[in-house]
Design a protein around this ligand. Structure first.
Ligand code: ATP
Ligand code: MG
Length: 154
């Protein structure tokens, strides 16, 4: 599984500025498979936990605020070398420095760099952790189903 999957988020400001349809069209056009997806509201505690590596940095409180201002779209994407492909496709985390044509350049805010429209896991290890962060219920249901199938020999 590692290497072919990543976790992507469409951040709240991109949702309320109605960029979801365009972003998803771009994702499909670029050849990423959408394995699963859902819309949910992060609470402060969840946003702090999700971005815990940034705790203590000056932008952390604002980042948590931005991520809790409204719902996010959470997507599991599939492609060869997915983590790196997705990070290349979204571009630098500062939209003004992101290459032309990248999602952050197209849909991020060019004044406020925290509002960079999308997230991507940094490594395969993070991708698995983040997929589990948002899809733990679905994953345990899947494990149950696989266990049941093995029992009856499918
Ligand atoms: P993400 O984790 O969201 O995919 P990233 O891995 O490219 O982005 P990180 O360094 O993990 O970048 O930063 C997490 C998020 O914090 C960024 O996407 C951005 O929203 C915000 N951020 C990062 N650095 C800054 C900064 N210097 N000033 C303001 N906001 C920042
Ligand atoms: Mg990051």
């Amino acid at each position: 599984m590692a290497g072919h999957l990543t976790l992507a988020l469409i951040k709240p400001h991109a949702v309320y500025s109605r960029k979801v349809g365009k972003i998803i069209a771009d994702i499909e056009e670029a050849g990423f498979g959408i394995i699963s997806g859902k819309m949910l509201q992060l609470r402060e505690e969840g946003a702090r936990r999700f971005y815990k590596e940034h705790e203590g940095k000056d932008f952390f409180p604002y980042l948590v605020k931005v991520m809790t201002t409204g719902p996010v779209w959470v997507l599991i994407l599939a492609k060869q070398e997915c983590v790196q492909s997705w990070r290349d496709f979204i571009g630098d985390n500062n939209p003004t420095e992101a290459a032309e044509g990248t999602l952050r350049n197209k849909y991020g805010d060019h004044v406020d760099r925290t509002l960079n429209a999308v997230h991507g896991s940094a490594t395969d290890h993070d991708a698995l952790r983040e997929i589990n962060f948002f899809f733990s219920q679905e994953l345990s249901l899947l494990k149950e189903l696989v266990k049941e199938e093995n029992k009856i020999g499918i």
